[in-house]
Design a protein around this ligand. Structure first.
Ligand SMILES: [Zn+2]
Length: 87
């Protein structure tokens, strides 16, 4: 995962938002260099169901955010209940 440059911190508070943009092929997006990695390997099954609420819609956390920046992984959050995991 490449590093992200944050804008310099100023005196005034600044707020940013990430928008939902559908990722057509999540594994190619997250693992462009190892195309054999499967969703089943990373999330237990190809259905990628949330273990808490059974939803299958996920929000990939922005790369500029602390979880991804510091954890170095493709964190994602269940859009329905907020359960967080990583790919
Ligand atoms: Zn959930």
């Amino acid at each position: 995962m490449s590093t992200v440059k944050l804008p310099p911190k100023g005196r005034k508070p600044e707020f940013f938002q990430a928008e939902l943009v559908k990722v057509p092929d999540i594994m190619a997006h997250v693992y462009p260099l190892s195309p054999s990695t499967t969703l089943a390997e990373r999330m237990g099954s190809e259905d990628a169901r949330c273990p808490d609420c059974d939803d299958n819609r996920w929000w990939l956390l922005p790369r500029a955010g602390a979880a991804v920046r510091e954890g170095g992984k493709a964190y994602c959050e269940c859009l329905n209940c907020g359960y967080t995991t990583h790919l």
